[in-house]
Design a protein around this ligand. Structure first.
Ligand SMILES: [Zn+2]
Length: 73
């Protein structure tokens, strides 16, 4: 599997979905490629979704649906 270049959903920057990450995803049973670059994923992780129950999806987040309330003050 060659590396793939993807476009980040958040910042529209290109990022590389490496071969190693692709096999990691496959191992975990994920079919979809990540939608965010590592920087945005990290930012989201730090700004973790803590609303109602705060379900964890591990270190990868695939979409923003169901994660609301991060901006709550
Ligand atoms: Zn990004």
């Amino acid at each position: 599997m060659p590396d793939k270049t993807l476009i980040c959903k958040d910042c529209s920057e290109e990022f590389v979905f490496t071969e190693g990450e692709q096999s990691f995803f496959k191992e975990k049973g994920f079919e979809k490629a990540p939608v965010r670059c590592p920087a945005c994923r990290r930012a989201r992780k730090q700004n973790r979704c803590e609303s109602r129950g705060g379900k964890s999806y591990g270190s990868w987040s695939f979409n923003g649906t169901g994660c609301r309330g991060g901006e709550r003050k």
